[in-house]
Design a protein. Structure first.
Lengths: 409, 147
């Protein structure tokens, strides 16, 4: 399947390049787009994020996608995207159905979608898979966590959406989605939540995952101030399933039931565009409860209420057709009521810096020719909150370097 | 002061600022004209309406007729129109529509490097709208004034 996807994308891209520059391929009324991204990433040796690289760097860092859309009638179209990515220990270029839905737009203010629809969280979640659609390789991680790409990015169900003009007060664009979150038990997200629900008594590996009825919403206000828009988005879901716990004292394995209960994620976003300059800021709040019950009375049930938050400020500037620069600063706190990291440090469990993440990033983006993007990016990070693998050995102050080339059509 | 309060205060300030600023200038002096199929039931559009059309937000002229946009691939013309009316640079406009296409939310509008072929397309497609250089031969289509 991986080779098939790569072949499909490569063939389509080759056909695209063989014609005069076009925005898309069109075969019998089916519009085809795609992208191939290959990168290299290197971090401080002890800090595995998001690709294990032992400080030597790794090429296990790619994304492939191909999508097909067709207009069936007035206001009615269908489409789907196949997607694969690799981050070494997760992703592994497994081909998945990224989105697939039918879309009927009744009028300006009301449309309907049914199928697998991307969740509109923040400024970037919907289109985050295609590296060419933004300046940065790695977006601010709390809101756009790389480990969550296989799970918290789409809803299986339906949505209503529309655009409502407010005259001199601008325009409101809205979306409401209801359905199930199709999380997978063998991906990055499962690794993340298994890590969060591992304790000093037992580590947890997720073996099964399902979601209750979930809701995602987006309200965008394109204000009357030219170039200024604001966004309020959210996701509300509960995930649960089975796992296998390994007791820390003697290594015995025990069945467990777990719950990622009542996640309420809210994001507030602001973006101002003035010619080639784009300034933006986002703030995110997460509230949820982690619960684990073990099929062994010797292991105490685990129950932990979480209240995280994060914020970022970003600036990008396009100098000309082929060169753009971007920078952001991002902070995440595991406990927004104790941003000094004392919540777990006081129990001797973690160092304070394990409970935050402070990331300063700089990116150079080059568009040397149409359909090709090359980026070079550096991050200086203080804190290890977002590190999932080799968490105990991670250093407090560390760096991440990445470069990526993307072909898109 | 909590971050939530800062955001609420910011939104309140923006609302007041928006109401104070009101409409932008209605005088748009430009080297382009907006053209539409002769069946389009409007003779003039506000800048906000044209912006909504070219961002894919406004999709119908009225209860019946769908809007079809087409884009000229002429560098200066495109830049002039987009920055004056839509409020985006050509790169930002391209990214906006690419995001819609890569999330399945819209099909890409057709684009034309030949202005005569663009006018021909607008004349032949019900509900179609685009823009061309001022002075382009446009007898087969209607000119839409920007109010």
């Amino acid at each position: 399947m991986n080779k098939l996807l790569t072949t499909l994308v490569g063939l389509a891209a080759g056909l695209a390049f063989s014609t005069t520059p076009v925005h898309a391929m069109d075969l019998g009324g089916v519009e085809i787009h795609g992208f191939i991204s290959q990168g290299f990433i290197q971090t401080t040796k002890e800090n595995t994020f998001p690709v294990s690289n032992s400080g030597q760097g790794s090429f296990n860092f790619n994304d492939f996608g191909i999508n097909f859309s067709k207009e069936l009638g007035e206001g009615l179209h269908v489409g789907m995207q196949l997607f694969a990515f690799d981050r070494g220990t997760y992703g592994k270029d497994k081909v998945t159905l990224d989105w697939a839905y039918g879309d009927y737009r009744l009028n300006d203010w009301l449309g309907f979608r049914a199928g697998k629809v991307k969740i509109p969280l923040g400024l970037y979640n919907e289109a985050r898979d295609n590296d060419a659609l933004r300046t940065f390789i790695f977006l601010p991680q709390q809101a756009y966590f790389d480990y969550e790409r296989d799970s918290l990015v789409a809803i299986l169900g339906g949505s209503v959406y529309g655009s409502v003009p407010l005259g001199s007060a601008g325009t409101i664009n809205y979306q409401i989605e209801v359905g199930a979150v199709p999380a997978v038990a063998d991906g990055g997200f499962a690794t993340e939540i298994g890590s969060m629900m591992s304790t000093t008594s037992a580590s947890l590996q997720i073996t099964d995952i399902s979601s209750k009825t979930s809701v995602a919403h987006s309200l965008e206000w394109r204000t009357p101030v030219p170039g200024l828009r604001t966004l309020f988005t959210g996701l509300h879901t509960t995930l649960s399933g089975k796992g296998v716990a390994t007791a820390e004292d003697d290594g015995r394995t025990v069945d467990a039931d777990w719950k990622y209960d009542s996640l309420h994620r809210y994001m507030f976003s602001l973006e101002y565009t003035y010619k080639d300059l784009v300034l933006s800021s986002e703030y995110e709040l997460d509230d949820y409860t982690l619960r684990v019950n073990y099929a062994d009375p010797q292991l105490q049930p685990f129950n932990s209420k979480q209240a995280t938050d994060a914020w970022s400020i970003m600036a990008t500037y396009r100098f000309n057709d082929w060169f753009e620069v971007g920078s952001f600063y991002h902070e995440v706190y595991a406990d927004r009521h104790h941003r000094d990291g004392s919540t777990f440090a006081n129990f001797g469990l973690f160092a304070p810096y394990n409970m935050w993440w402070k990331d300063a990033a700089l990116t150079l983006r080059f568009d040397p020719i149409r359909n090709v993007v090359v980026k070079i990016e550096g991050h200086k990070i203080n804190g290890t909150y977002e590190i999932i693998e080799n968490f105990d050995g991670a250093k407090k102050d560390w760096y991440l370097f990445a470069t990526k080339a993307t072909f898109t059509f | 002061m909590t971050i939530r309060k800062v955001y609420i205060d910011t939104i309140r300030t923006l609302l007041i600022l928006g109401l104070v600023l009101g409409f932008e200038s209605t005088v748009i002096a430009a080297d382009f004209v907006v053209i539409a199929n002769k069946g389009v039931p409007v003779n003039s559009l506000s800048k906000a309406e044209i912006q909504a059309i070219f961002l894919g937000e406004k999709v119908k002229w009225d209860y019946k007729h769908r809007i079809k946009i087409a884009i000229p691939e002429q560098g200066d013309l495109l830049k002039d129109f987009l920055t004056t009316v839509v409020g985006k640079t050509p790169s930002q406009f391209d990214t906006h529509w690419s995001k819609l296409a890569f999330t399945g939310r819209a099909m890409l509008p057709p684009s034309f490097s030949d202005m005569a072929k663009l006018v021909e397309f607008i004349a032949s497609q019900q509900g179609a709208v685009s823009f061309v250089p001022a002075g382009q031969q446009v007898n087969s289509v209607n000119i839409i004034s920007i109010k």
